[in-house]
Write a protein that binds this ligand. Structure first.
Ligand SMILES: N#Cc1c(N)ncnc1-c1cnn(Cc2cccc(F)c2)c1
Length: 331
């Protein structure tokens, strides 16, 4: 395998497309009409880079094929979840520079809520539970520890913080204020159902999905808005039994979710990350010469750490989907 690492930075220039948003490891582009140069108002191109983040830093060493593996995994999940929610994917017939790691999606009006659900307690949810006995206002049983399985997945939403800032946890009541009680209940139920389904499927493959973040949007036409319009939406007036609440962004990937090996799960300590443990162990070992408490950027990764990390992503994809990973081509 001769790894071809894509994109030294998250979002490269792409002919015929205009970069709209650049996330830590992904970019969102508007296709341009070749005749007029105008932005296509109905489609977006969602591109996943090969970059990886750890300890709130985006590393300068890309992981070859990471973008492609996570894109293919998300596409597979959209199919597995199609009975729960419609999704935003239009086509994988994308420019050759991003082949296999980009999708054309329907341009939606996105709900202003990060929809997170937790099936296992860890990270920020564990900290909130330790302090209050609840998570997002939901009371939990006593005696839970790091990695405890929750009786059922809990909806733990957060705000959409500006790029680069941490999302802030909010209560379900605050979600109701943001999008109205009907949409709030619908996205809560969908997010929990998606994680529940994800864990039913993943468990058969020896993988636990501790938590996940999904995003929903609604077709502007169903909101009575023109494609290009960006006027304020009164979400509380939207009836989820009339419009389609569409599953957008990426779904149940190791970037949007915590993946654990079921065989390594041991409540009471920090769980090992399916995809990032090799990277974290090296970064926190003397070999890296890096101090994560310092605000210095992590060092360049050695080839073996890159290759082992790449192998974890490929293993997660092939284990989950039962399909061989083929670099650069949509499955
Ligand atoms: N998916 C989707 C989507 C859609 N189908 N319609 C309209 N907007 C979005 C949209 C807006 N922000 N994001 C998050 C995001 C994703 C990837 C890269 C980034 F920089 C940022 C998603």
């Amino acid at each position: 395998h001769v790894p071809t690492a894509h994109t030294p930075e998250a979002a490269p220039q792409l002919p015929g497309h205009e970069l709209l948003y650049s996330g830590k490891v992904r970019g969102l582009y508007a296709p341009l009409d070749p005749a007029t140069g105008q932005r296509d108002q109905e489609r977006l191109l969602l591109v996943a880079s090969d970059r990886i983040s750890a300890y709130d830093h985006v590393l300068d060493t890309p992981i070859p094929d990471k973008g492609s593996v996570l894109t293919q995994m998300s596409l597979w999940w959209f199919d597995q979840l199609a009975d729960l929610a419609p999704h935003h994917v239009i086509s994988t017939d994308v420019p050759e520079q991003v082949a296999g790691r980009a999708v054309y999606v329907r341009r939606l009006r996105m709900l202003p809520v990060e929809c997170v659900a937790r099936a296992f307690l860890t990270g920020g949810g564990l900290a909130e539970y330790a302090a209050t006995g609840t998570v997002s206002g939901v009371p939990l049983p006593e005696g839970l520890v790091d990695g405890s399985r929750l009786p059922e997945p809990v909806f733990t939403p957060s705000t959409k913080a500006p790029m680069g800032e941490h999302d802030q946890p909010i209560s379900f009541a605050e979600v109701e204020e943001l999008v109205g009680p009907r949409l709030a209940a619908r996205v809560r139920d969908l997010t929990v159902a998606i994680l529940q389904r994800g864990n039913e499927i993943a468990a058969d493959r020896g993988i636990l999905i501790a938590d996940t973040k999904v995003e929903f949007g609604i077709d502007p036409a169903q909101l009575g808005l023109g494609d290009g319009a960006d006027e304020e939406i009164d979400w509380a007036s939207v009836d989820p039994d009339v419009v389609d609440v569409v599953l957008a962004d990426e779904v149940l990937t190791p970037d949007s979710s915590r993946f654990w090996r079921a065989s390594e799960w041991a409540p009471g300590r920090t769980q090992t990350s399916y995809d990032k443990q090799v990277l974290r162990d090296w970064l926190t070992s003397p070999a890296s010469g890096w101090d994560k408490a310092s605000d210095t950027p992590p060092p360049t990764l050695p080839d073996d750490v890159v290759e082992l990390t790449r192998a974890r992503y490929v293993e997660a994809y092939e284990t989950l989907t039962g399909r061989p990973f083929t670099a650069g081509t949509p499955a």
